[in-house]
Write a new protein. Structure first.
Length: 271
C-alpha cells in the first residue's frame, strides 16, 4: 500500500522550486547551445574531465562549476567580443552525467541515480522502483558537504536528525503532506530503513513476520496474523524477547506493548 500511495503522490506532487538554469555543470555533462540564426555555432557539446568543452571560434570554454546561466553568459560574451553583434544564445543540459544521488536500503533498485538539476524525494523513490514491502515509515536524507547549491523547498514538519541529516515521515508523505517532499541536492543519500517487525507463531491463522508500529499491542499483532484459531487460547500467549542478550519468556497479556524482534507464541487451549 505504501508503494501505491507514494506513486500516486508522485502524480500530484508539485515540481521542485528550481530554475534549471541554476544547475551546476560538471564533467561528462552534455550541453546544448543554440545561437539564433547561426547553425554552425549551435549543437551539443560534451564537458570533458577538466571541466571544459570545445566550442567554435572560442576554443576551450571553462564550464565546470558554473551554472547553465553562467555558461550561457560566457559564450555570449565570447562571441560578442569580435565575432557577432549582439548574439542571442540559449544553453541547456541535454544529458545530466556529472552529478548523482544515492538511494539505499529498502527500495527495489538501490544505487546511484543521475541528478537532473531538480529532483524531489518522491521522484527519487519512484526512479528507484519505490520502496519494498519491508520498508519502514521513515526515509533518512543525508546531505553531502560536497553537494551543489541547495534547491529550496518547504519541509514543514521534517525533523533534523544528526548533523545535516533529515528524517522524512513517509506515512505523512503518502497521506498528502507534500511539505515532506524535500527537494534534493547533488550528492544526497536517501536511506530507507527496514520496518520494525515481530514474529507471530503457534495457533494463529497466518503465522509469520509482521510490521509493527509504535505502541502496538499483543492483541493488534495477533489481529495482523488473522487472529487465534479454534485450537488456540488468548489466555495462553507468551512473548519470547531478547533481554540483555538473553532470551526471556514473559506473559503475553493482550494489552502488553510488543517490541521489535519479539516472538509471540499462541499455545493450545487446555480443553
Amino acid at each position: 500500500m505504501l508503494i501505491v500511495l507514494l506513486l500516486a503522490a508522485l502524480q500530484t506532487a508539485p515540481a521542485a522550486n528550481a530554475d534549471p538554469r541554476l544547475y551546476v555543470v560538471g564533467p561528462n555533462d552534455v550541453l546544448t547551445i543554440t545561437v539564433y540564426n547561426q547553425p554552425q555555432l549551435s549543437g551539443k557539446f560534451v564537458v570533458e574531465a577538466d571541466g571544459t568543452f570545445a566550442y567554435p571560434l572560442l576554443g576551450r570554454v571553462a564550464a565546470g562549476g558554473l551554472s547553465i546561466r553562467a555558461v550561457e553568459d560566457k559564450v555570449r560574451q565570447g562571441l560578442a567580443n569580435g565575432f557577432l553583434k549582439d548574439p542571442q544564445i540559449t544553453a541547456t543540459v541535454d544529458q545530466y552525467r556529472s552529478q548523482q544521488i544515492f538511494v539505499m536500503g529498502e527500495v527495489k533498485q538501490p544505487g546511484p541515480l543521475q541528478f537532473t538539476g531538480s529532483m524531489t524525494l518522491i521522484e527519487a523513490l519512484a526512479r528507484a522502483g519505490s520502496v519494498t514491502e519491508r520498508a519502514g515509515t521513515e526515509a533518512l536524507i543525508v546531505h553531502s558537504d560536497a553537494g551543489g547549491a541547495a534547491v529550496s523547498a518547504p519541509v514543514a514538519s521534517a525533523n533534523t536528525a544528526r548533523g545535516d541529516a533529515i528524517r522524512i515521515d513517509l506515512q505523512k508523505l503518502q497521506s498528502g503532506t507534500l511539505a515532506q517532499n524535500l527537494a534534493l541536492r547533488p550528492g544526497d543519500t536517501i536511506f530507507v530503513p527496514r520496518a520494525l517487525t515481530v514474529f507471530v507463531s503457534g495457533n494463529v491463522r497466518m503465522p509469520g513476520e509482521y510490521v509493527i508500529r509504535a505502541g502496538m499491542t499483543v492483541r493488534q499483532a495477533l489481529a495482523l496474523a488473522g487472529g487465534v484459531t479454534d485450537r488456540g487460547s488468548t489466555r495462553r500467549v507468551q512473548i519470547i524477547r531478547l533481554v540483555d542478550g538473553k532470551e526471556t519468556t514473559i506473559g503475553g497479556d493482550l494489552q502488553k506493548t510488543v517490541e521489535p524482534g519479539d516472538t509471540i507464541v499462541v499455545n493450545e487451549r487446555f480443553f
